[in-house]
Design a protein around this ligand. Structure first.
Ligand code: NAG
Ligand code: NAG
Ligand code: NAG
Ligand code: NAG
Length: 472
């Protein structure tokens, strides 16, 4: 599967319908529910001031391209609560699930679970977000011209692998596991806004189907930001993605143990961008153009759990791949694979990425190589595809290099960091109100795994595209 970044679809119909203020032209027939907004608000007000200690997010899946190629969690939505399996993605912001209008959405996942379409009418706490609400205006960076109260607030996201979801925003209760003791959780809920996916189009592959995606990005629209805005959590989370046994640890809350060194997040970026300084291969620093890793103009280095592999600028990739002195035997178009029976750590170089503030990321051959058919060993590093017309390209670090490490995203202090870690062990997080430290352990939801290709999710809420159509 070739990587296709930033594949932009402008949904003209939606665009025109809303710009004209004519709700009847909308592609989605949505019945507006008159649910009580005040009820939800009272409930929230009642809970305000209670600071959630931490949240334990049950992980399943596996970051190996030959297994599921993604990590997911199970969330409860609505009342009565139903469970939804969503991919955990730090490379996008929004949370969405497929909705009842979606006729082509999968009902069963080849990962092994039954999928559920969210039905706003099936939840008595569900509320439609209309385009005149503040949330909608903020996702479009301003008021929407031609908006009328009865028009639902639309969204569209297209991911890097060409898959896309389009729908409208709803508000409902999210039920999650709040950390209440050592390796103990208690259900908690919060009213949040998420996307109700009416149309889903898959990219090159229909595999690894799930109900939706939970984006852990920095935007105000992310679940993390919404929980933080209602003072339920601090904007700090960590994950330890276990691609050996599957699943791993994922917790929202202040990390106490292990200690991790950090590097600053580049401010004002829509993704988790960090500053990569140089790359060392078996102790030699690669000689590269000085601006190769600069942020901006579609370049820079992004940390993204929603991407399976790791993508390097072409120059970097070529320089790296010129290193191993082995004869390549291409057994697959997609990957560079070798027949090699020995320990790959003996034959391939260690790759060390150096970041701002002296943080480094060591990637051993057994981590960046994976087994393929007939015992072939393939290299997980991929060539990035230029983002812009002038051929600049980015570095995208996915599960290939993020797995088997504890990765900390601290948005309160705008830093990100990691340390080598045993992802089937546990971490310690602090309750921000009481200061009590609790242990959060590893999980492995639905360990069934199937042969799937790697996915490259992420990227660009197309809201800017939508915005352009509104401002016309
Ligand atoms: C939210 O949690 C509270 C307390 O645990 C519970 O009483 C209430 O029914 C829950 N609400 C929903 C909509 O799940
Ligand atoms: C995000 O939310 C914060 C706090 O509520 C607010 O100050 C900020 O302006 C918001 N940003 C955007 C882009 O809406
Ligand atoms: C980030 O953006 C905000 C608002 O757009 C601006 O005030 C601030 O100076 C920017 N910060 C940096 C470091 O560019
Ligand atoms: C990782 O942690 C688990 C659970 O504590 C333990 O059983 C296992 O032996 C550890 N693995 C290593 C390599 O230390």
């Amino acid at each position: 599967m070739d990587l296709r970044f930033l594949f932009i679809i402008v949904l003209e119909i939606l665009c025109v319908a809303i710009a004209n203020g004519n709700g009847n032209d909308l592609v989605f027939q949505v019945e507006r529910r008159k649910t009580s907004l005040s009820g939800i608000k009272d409930h929230d007000d009642h809970r305000r001031g209670r600071f959630l200690s931490a949240v334990d997010i049950n992980l399943g899946g596996n970051g190996l391209p030959t297994k599921t190629g993604l990590y997911f969690t199970k969330l409860g939505l609505g009342s009565p609560k139903k469970d939804y399996y969503v991919q955990v993605d730090t490379g996008s912001d929004l949370m969405w699930v497929n909705c009842i209008e979606c006729s082509k959405c999968p009902r069963k996942s080849d990962i092994g679970m039954d999928l559920t379409l969210y039905d706003p009418k099936g939840s008595h706490t569900s509320e439609l977000i209309s385009c005149d609400q503040d949330f909608c205006a903020s996702t479009f960076d301003g008021p929407i011209l031609g908006c009328k109260a009865e028009i639902p607030c639309p969204y569209t996201i297209t991911y890097g692998d060409g898959s896309a979801t389009t729908g409208y925003y709803v508000r409902d209760y999210l039920t999650f596991d709040s950390v209440s003791g050592n390796l103990h959780t208690a259900p908690q809920n919060s009213s949040i806004i998420f996307g109700c996916g009416a149309v889903q189009s898959m990219g090159s592959s229909n595999e690894g189907a799930l109900d939706g995606i939970i984006g852990f990005g920095q935007a105000n629209s992310s679940v993390l930001s919404q929980l933080a805005a209602s003072r339920k959590v601090k904007k700090i989370f960590s994950h330890c993605l276990d691609n050996i046994r599957g699943g791993g640890i994922f917790a929202i809350g202040e990390l106490v143990e292990p200690k991790v060194s950090t590097t600053p997040l580049v401010p004002n970026m829509s993704h988790f961008n960090v500053v990569l300084k140089n790359i060392e291969v078996d102790g030699d620093v690669l000689q590269l153009p000085s601006d190769i890793f600069d942020s901006g103009n579609g370049k820079g280095t992004i940390i993204d759990s929603g991407t399976t592999l790791a993508y390097l600028p072409i120059i970097v990739y070529d320089e790296l791949m010129s290193r191993p002195g082995l004869k390549l035997e291409l057994v697959d178009q997609q990957f560079k694979c070798f027949h090699y029976a020995g320990n790959v750590d003996d034959a391939f170089p260690v790759v060390k990425l150096h970041f701002e503030d002296s943080l480094s990321l060591t990637v051993y051959p057994h981590e960046y190589m994976f087994s393929y058919n007939d015992g072939a060993r393939c290299i997980g590093w991929q060539k990035s595809v230029p983002q812009t017309k002038d051929g600049k390209d980015m570095t995208l670090l996915g599960d290939l290099v993020l797995s088997n490490k504890l990765v900390l995203y601290d948005l309160e202090n705008m830093v990100i960091g990691w340390t080598d870690y045993n992802c089937s062990s546990s971490i310690k997080v602090k309750d921000s109100t009481t200061g009590i430290v609790h242990t959060v352990g590893a999980h492995n939801l639905s360990p069934a795994s199937t042969f799937l290709n790697g996915r490259t999710l992420t990227f660009f809420l197309l809201l800017t595209v939508m915005l352009n159509c509104f401002s016309n």
